[in-house]
Design a protein around this ligand. Structure first.
Ligand code: UDP
Ligand code: MG
Length: 319
């Protein structure tokens, strides 16, 4: 088939790969089989080799040697899953962009169910590993992480961090993805006003290779949560984030100092030497610091360009 006659893919699959050479052939075969069985139209698979040191790139090269739809991108070193996904998104041409892990833990047979859900009017459908085949020391912190992240991020999902997701084309370009923020795709999309939901998906134990993340990821993840909140919910009003915390701290500090002052005046209880006294002073000072930090943050974003074009979903009438 010559390049001109090549159909534009309807579905794109972006697959981050770090030392998963053993599974790539099977994964591709499974995706292709599902697409064919359900007649889902032209598709493309973009493998992003995130600095593998095994034969992953050789496998991708072999797969891509046959006529489309396989393409590969190779990073010079390991830059992380978020970077790999972002690089893949930038290349994807389909109306719907899927991401899935390369390790065969996600089951390509679920693809049609994601599409059905998107057709219900959602912009992002996230997989939910309801019956998860990972070690307990990974599942427990994951539960906690999800609960905190979903509450703070304002989305209702059981499993924010599942690698298996389907996005309508317009979603990925609006999400600023770097560092390890791939864990927060649903929160980032929700903050942009996209409709986000989940479907339970089958999950398989890892049979080849090793996991690239341990339970430590959740500590880093919680730090990232601060970044996500600061850059989504509070982006245009950092004064509210810091000012809110600051007001809270000073209010508690004030109440404490007020209480021990009253105790001194009424009951003659001496103030000095009371631990509460120090706590009160500490909280008042902390509150003042946080409030002024908020003011500085407000001054900084005052000098930024505020672009609203990505917020507009439809227009009517001539300008
Ligand atoms: N991955 C990657 N770069 C990294 C770490 C992981 O591209 O720095 C890929 C990895 O090859 C896999 C996916 O991200 O396709 C998820 O990783 P893993 O299966 O190790 O995570 P887990 O299933 O243990 O959460
Ligand atoms: Mg995995």
């Amino acid at each position: 088939m010559d390049a001109a006659a090549e159909p534009t893919p309807r579905l794109s699959f972006v697959i981050p790969v770090l030392n998963e050479g053993e599974t790539l052939d099977t994964l591709y075969a499974k995706i292709a089989a599902t697409i064919q069985a359900h007649d889902l139209g032209p598709f493309e698979v973009i493998f992003v080799d995130d600095g593998s040191t095994d034969d992953s790139w050789a496998r991708v090269t072999t797969l891509a040697a046959a006529p489309p739809p396989v393409r590969g991108l190779r990073f010079r070193r390991n830059f992380g899953k978020a970077a790999a996904l972002a690089a893949g998104f930038a290349e994807a041409r389909g109306e719907v962009v899927f991401t899935l892990d390369a390790d065969l833990q996600d089951d390509p047979e679920e693809i049609p169910r994601f599409l059905e859900k998107l057709d219900e009017g959602y912009d992002l459908v996230s997989g939910w590993k309801k019956d998860r085949h990972d070690p307990l020391e990974k599942r427990l912190p994951s539960k906690l992480f999800n609960a905190v992240a979903c509450r703070a991020g304002g989305v209702r999902l059981h499993d924010m961090n599942c690698g298996f997701k389907a996005y309508r084309r317009e979603v990925p370009p609006t999400l600023k993805l770097y560092g390890e923020l791939h864990r927060y795709m649903p929160v980032l999309a929700h903050a942009e006003g996209f409709r986000v939901t989940e479907i339970p998906v089958r999950h398989h134990p890892r049979e080849h290779g090793v996991s690239k993340y341990g339970w430590k990821r959740y500590f880093k993840g919680l730090l990232d949560l601060l970044t996500v909140l600061a850059t989504t919910r509070f982006l245009d009003r950092p004064g509210h984030l810091f000012g809110g915390l600051g007001l809270g701290a000073s209010a508690i500090g004030f109440l404490i100092l007020f209480y021990i002052s009253c105790m001194k005046l009424i009951a003659g209880v001496p103030i000095s030497g009371r631990p509460l006294f120090f706590l009160g002073i500490l909280l008042m000072l902390l509150g003042g610091q946080l409030i002024s930090l908020g003011v500085i943050a407000e001054l900084i974003i005052r000098f930024q360009r505020h672009d609203n074009s990505s917020k507009i979903v439809e227009r009517i009438g001539k300008p």
